[in-house]
Design a protein around this ligand. Structure first.
Ligand code: DGT
Ligand code: CA
Ligand code: CA
Ligand code: ZN
Length: 598
């Protein structure tokens, strides 16, 4: 249905746009999203076609208009092509208050969460309105539950086939779109946790679930805590100003929903079972199943309420998560390893890897400055890297291939001189590096003569993503074979919500990296996390060394190393597999060894 299709991109577009309660600074895109919301809800409410289409036209026409917030702030009346007086007034209300009368009226008819339902392929505005009116389905979760419980099975006009399609499309949608990149989830979690810290006393507040396991994307955020007054803590949580809707509010648990579809659950746990519950809610489901299976063999039943000894009937509860594992006779399993693979077996044998920790990281080998496409000055980046306590770091601006951003050989030499002149000013060793483009034939964007002048070289693919799998494989392998290339940057090219990553023969690339002594990057830039933990785990079986990098383009982004670390830990990596966990002389030796082998 045309209407649904038109709506879908609007709804998806809201993901990632932090909705400001304060009227100031609503972007045209955000206003357009609101107008599309009115348009869609109006169609659901059965308003006349020409009325709701006017909103759609208005939304389209403001995309190319100058910033409306500024127009209105300067006291001018909105007079734009395709926007009548009525919608002009709505826009002014949106800018002043973040909402508007027609939207409020429609929200009395339908909760805002109903828009989620339209993202399921095959469900249009008519079906969504019917599902709400007849079955009280107000959100994607409601729909999922109704489908699971078979409550729609007898509904008139909904055949078995339709329901099966909805079920499948719903799962596909959730898996595809409704997951939030870890970096964004982390910053939202930090925000809500700061907000909670300013309210009634709350203790041991922590994200559990996939976020604690450092999964690349999270379905929702699961916060746990303890509190003397759970009710007060829940009430504060449910009244967070960024909550678009409160999905559930009980005495010890609440769920809120943010614009764009990210859900946050908060559970206030009784202190004496905090350890058991934290273990339970950290998951993964697969891990918990493995733990339970093993426990049963020992005559124990593990649940969120404690560990029941089936023979004696005694129940073991603990405030400390580590004791849950200890009680079953296994080593503590770091959350990042709780994926349901072989971690329970290893914990029982006492052979879990000793995972690399943040303290092991001695430097960051990938960052940009205003010399290429970074936001901050060279000296600001050096200072910030030093402030993080690193022993060394690398400044790695782009090669000329990056258009107007890249450094010519001449500029590169100038930068080298500047960096050398600054050495000694900071308590950190600065390596002069380059992030050099791998060209379409696998050659590099600087000659070997130029490359030889850098202390370290990262080779990355930034163009020609759509070449064949063989061609890409050859390009990366050839880059590995260049003696000056120390690191392959963001090896798969994946960017959340934009690009899945180019395809190549993993085995060929991983074995080439190991054979040539080339490190593979775990790039911690928010939209990347590349290699992911899963990929890095696979690469590690080839004996590859890894570099945990921020790929920062501004000072604050240096914390990307923490995200890279999370993926390394998910991969089960130890510090001796990490290039930038080596002391400087060993790092330099790694670089020299490869260069001298050729
Ligand atoms: P997500 O949110 O899709 O990224 O993944 P998780 O792992 O955060 O899953 P979520 O939020 O549904 O639940 C958090 C953890 O709570 C999950 O990893 C394991 C535990 N859990 C929740 N519901 C169940 C359940 O029905 N059975 C079991 N065994 N564990 C559950
Ligand atoms: Ca979750
Ligand atoms: Ca959850
Ligand atoms: Zn970069």
């Amino acid at each position: 249905m045309g209407a649904r299709r038109r709506n879908a991109p609007g709804a998806v577009q809201m993901i990632g746009v932090p909705k400001l309660r304060s009227n100031l600074g609503l972007s045209n895109g955000e206003i357009a999203a609101k107008l599309i919301e009115i348009r869609t809800l109006a169609e659901m409410a059965g308003q006349p076609f020409y009325e709701y289409m006017a909103y759609e036209k208005a939304a389209a026409s403001i995309e190319n208009a100058p910033p409306l917030a500024e127009l209105v702030a300067s006291g001018k009346h909105l007079r734009l092509p395709g926007i009548g007086k009525k919608i002009g007034a709505v826009i002014e209300q949106l800018l002043k208050t973040g909402t508007a009368e027609p939207l409020e009226v429609l929200h009395k008819r339908f909760p805002p969460t109903i828009l989620e339902v339209l993202n399921v392929d095959g469900i249009g505005t008519k079906s969504a309105a019917m599902l709400f009116d007849k079955f009280g389905i107000a959100s994607l979760d409601d729909l999922e539950r109704a489908l699971r419980e078979g409550r729609l099975d007898d509904a008139p006009r909904l055949g078995v086939k339709t329901l099966a399609n909805w079920r499948r499309n719903l799962l596909a949608y959730k898996a595809r779109v409704l997951r939030t990149p870890l970096a964004r989830a982390r910053s939202i979690a930090r925000e809500v946790m700061d907000y909670m810290a300013e309210g009634p006393p709350v203790h041991r507040l922590l994200p559990a679930g996939s976020m604690r396991r450092q999964e690349v994307t999270v379905g929702d955020i699961d916060l746990v805590c303890t509190a003397e007054d759970p009710q007060a803590v829940i009430a504060r949580f449910a009244s967070w100003e960024r909550a678009e809707a409160v999905l559930a509010e009980g005495s010890t648990k609440a769920s809120i929903w943010l614009a764009g579809g990210l859900q946050i659950d908060l559970r206030v746990l009784p202190p004496h079972v905090y350890g058991n519950l934290l273990q339970h809610f950290t998951g993964s489901r697969g891990h918990n199943i493995k733990v339970r299976e093993y426990a049963v063999r020992k005559g124990l039943r593990v649940s969120e309420n404690g560990i029941l000894d089936l023979a004696s009937g005694g129940i073991f509860t603990t405030a400390e998560e580590a004791e849950v594992y200890a009680h079953m006779g296994m080593d503590f399993i770091a959350p990042e390893l709780r994926s349901g693979l072989d971690e329970v077996d290893l914990a029982l044998k006492g052979t879990l890897p000793k995972l690399v920790e943040i303290e092991d990281v001695r430097g960051d080998l990938h960052m940009h400055t205003t010399w290429s496409d970074g936001r901050d000055e060279l000296e600001e980046m050096i200072e910030a890297a030093a402030a993080r306590g690193y022993e060394y770091h690398a400044i790695s601006d782009h090669s000329p291939g990056r258009g107007r951003f890249g450094l010519s050989a001449q500029r590169m030499r100038e930068q080298k001189d500047v960096i050398e002149s600054l050495r000694g000013n900071y308590a950190i060793h600065t390596l002069h590096a380059s992030e050099v483009d791998v060209l379409e034939d696998g050659s590099l964007d600087y000659s070997d003569e130029v490359l030889a002048q850098f202390d370290l070289v990262i080779a990355s693919i930034h163009t020609g993503f759509h070449e064949s799998r063989d061609a890409i494989t050859r390009r990366i392998v050839r880059a590995c074979e260049n003696p000056y290339v120390t690191i392959i940057g963001h090896p798969t090219g994946r960017r959340f919500g934009e690009f899945e990553g180019y395809e190549f023969d993993l085995n060929a690339v991983f074995s080439a990296a190991a054979r040539t002594g080339t490190a593979l990057e775990i790039d911690g830039q928010a939209p990347r996390l590349d290699l992911s933990g899963t990929m890095a785990r696979h690469a590690a079986t080839f004996g590859v060394t890894f570099a945990l990098d921020s790929d920062a383009h501004r000072v604050e982004a240096l914390e990307g190393v923490e995200l890279a670390l999370g993926q390394a830990r998910r991969a089960g990596l130890t510090k001796d597999q990490i290039l930038n966990a080596k002391p400087l002389p060993e790092l330099l030796n790694f670089i020299r060894t490869k260069r001298s082998r050729h």
